[in-house]
Design a protein around this ligand. Structure first.
Ligand SMILES: Cc1cc2nc3c(=O)[nH]c(=O)nc-3n(C[C@H](O)[C@H](O)[C@H](O)COP(=O)(O)O)c2cc1C
Length: 374
C-alpha cells in the first residue's frame, strides 16, 4: 500500500472537511467515571487516533438522558455540565491534532446492562432480547424483558437525543451520529422481531423507521440546520450476527429515504461481528452501502474489516462508500493512516486487549505485557 490509496484523499461529509477518508469507528470502552464523565485517560486515547492521522473520529456510544438510555456502567454521558466540559477537552485535543470528531448518541433500550438511573429497561415491546449480556462491557446472564415504551417514554427519549446534540455542538463537536444500529433502542424499533407495536411506530418498515427519523428531525430543530447529523444503521446486532432486513433492498430503500428526508447528513452502515463484504451484499450485485448512496445522494461510511486495505480501496474506488471506518484495526494501529501513507505494515488486532473487559486500563496492561522483555 502506498500514498496513492484512495482512503488518503480528502472528503467533505455533512459540511465537515476531512483530511482523509479514514474514520475511527465508535467503540465503547466503559472507562468513564461512575457519573459518566469522560476522563483524562479517554482524552489521551482519542488524541492518539488524531495524532495517528485519522481524518474523523466517531466517539463511543454516549448516553443521552438520566432515564433509560444508559447501557453500561462507566459509559460516558452527554447530559450534565460536567460531562459536556470533559468532552470539550477531548474535542479540543482532537482538533488541535488536525482531526474532526463526531459524538455518537446512544440509547440502549432493551440492551441496557448497567444504568445508574433506572433498574428496569425499556424497548418497543416487552420482548426479551436474544442472547446474553456482554461480559466485555460488564454484563452477565440473560437479558430481562424490557417494559414496552409509552408515548411519554418515546417523547422523553427523543428529547434526550435532541438536547444531547445541542450540548455536543456547544462542547465543540463537529457533529453527532445517531446510533440506530447494532440492536440498541432505535434498531429495536426498526427490527421486526423486537417491535410488535400496533401504533404508528410498529408494523411496516416505514413505521418502524419512524422513531429514528423523528430523532433526526428533533436534533435538526434543536442543534441547527447546519450541524452534521449522521445516522448509523446495521443489519447485524451485538446479540444477533446473522440478522438481515427481511425485505432486503426494498426495506433498505424505504429506510434510507426516510432518514434522508428527515435531514440526515450522512449514513454509516455498521457490520457488527462480520466483514462488510458479508453483510453488504444485496441481490442483483448491489451493496447496501452503494444503495444508500444511490437512494439518498448522501455521503456513506462503510464499516467491517476495513483494516484489509485492499478491501477499503475497492469499496472507495468502486463507489460503494465515501469513507471507511475502522474499529479493531484502529485499536491495533492508532496510527493506521500514517502507516498507510508511509507503506508501514499494520499490526494485527489481538482480542486479548479487550479482556476481561474492554476498558482502556486493560488495554494498557495488555500493551505493557506485550512490550515486556520475554
Ligand atoms: C470494543 C468495541 C466497542 C464497540 N462499541 C461500539 C459502539 O459504542 N457503538 C457502535 O456503533 N459500534 C460499536 N462497536 C462496533 C464497531 O464500531 C464496528 O462496527 C465493528 O467492530 C466492526 O468494525 P471492524 O471490523 O473495523 O472492527 C464496537 C466494537 C468494538 C471492537
Amino acid at each position: 500500500m502506498c500514498a496513492s490509496h484512495p482512503a488518503l484523499l480528502p472528503a467533505l461529509v455533512g459540511g465537515i472537511d476531512l483530511a482523509n477518508r479514514l474514520a475511527v469507528a465508535p467503540m465503547t470502552r466503559v472507562s468513564a467515571a461512575q457519573d459518566g464523565t469522560p476522563t483524562a485517560e479517554m482524552a489521551d486515547y482519542y488524541a492518539g487516533f488524531a495524532d495517528g492521522g485519522f481524518g474523523l473520529l466517531i466517539t463511543e456510544g454516549t448516553y443521552t438522558d438520566t432515564a433509560y438510555s444508559q447501557g453500561y456502567l462507566n459509559q460516558p454521558g452527554i447530559v450534565t455540565a460536567r460531562h459536556a466540559a470533559a468532552w470539550r477537552d477531548i474535542a479540543d485535543r482532537v482538533h488541535a491534532a488536525g482531526a474532526r470528531i463526531v459524538l455518537q448518541l446512544m440509547h440502549a433500550g432493551a440492551l441496557s446492562q448497567g444504568n445508574r438511573y433506572r433498574s428496569e429497561s425499556v424497548g418497543p415491546s416487552a420482548v426479551p432480547p436474544i442472547g446474553e449480556k456482554m461480559p466485555e462491557y460488564g454484563g452477565h446472564g440473560p437479558w430481562p424483558a424490557p417494559r414496552a415504551m409509552s408515548a411519554d417514554d418515546i417523547e422523553e427519549a427523543v428529547r434526550g437525543f435532541a438536547a444531547s446534540a445541542a450540548r455536543a455542538r456547544a462542547a465543540g463537536f463537529d457533529g453527532v451520529e445517531v446510533h440506530a444500529a447494532n440492536g440498541y433502542l432505535l434498531d429495536q424499533f426498526l427490527t421486526d422481531y423486537t417491535n410488535r407495536r400496533d401504533d404508528a411506530y410498529g408494523g411496516p418498515v416505514a413505521n418502524r423507521v419512524r422513531l429514528t427519523a423523528e430523532v433526526v428531525s428533533a436534533i435538526r430543530a434543536e442543534a441547527g440546520e447546519d450541524f452534521c447529523v449522521g445516522v448509523r444503521l446495521s443489519q447485524t446486532k451485538v446479540n444477533d450476527f446473522v440478522h438481515r432486513w427481511r425485505g432486503g433492498a426494498h426495506d433498505a430503500r424505504i429506510i434510507f429515504a426516510a432518514l434522508a428526508a428527515a435531514g440526515s447528513s450522512y449514513l454509516h452502515i455498521a457490520s457488527e461481528g462480520r466483514d462488510w463484504i458479508e453483510t453488504a451484499r444485496l441481490d442483483g450485485g448491489l451493496t447496501i452501502t452503494g444503495l444508500a448512496r444511490q437512494v439518498t445522494g448522501l455521503p456513506v461510511i462503510a464499516n467491517g474489516g476495513m483494516h484489509d486495505l485492499a478491501q477499503a480501496a475497492q469499496v472507495l474506488s468502486d463507489g460503494h462508500a465515501d469513507v471507511v471506518s475502522v474499529a479493531r484495526g484502529a485499536l491495533a494501529n492508532p496510527d493506521l493512516p500514517r502507516r498507510l501513507a508511509e507503506g508501514v505494515p499494520l499490526e494485527e488486532f489481538d482480542h486479548m486487549m479487550l479482556q476481561p473487559m474492554a476498558t482502556l486500563g486493560n488495554a494498557r496492561l495488555w500493551r505493557h505485557a506485550a512490550e515486556a522483555p520475554a
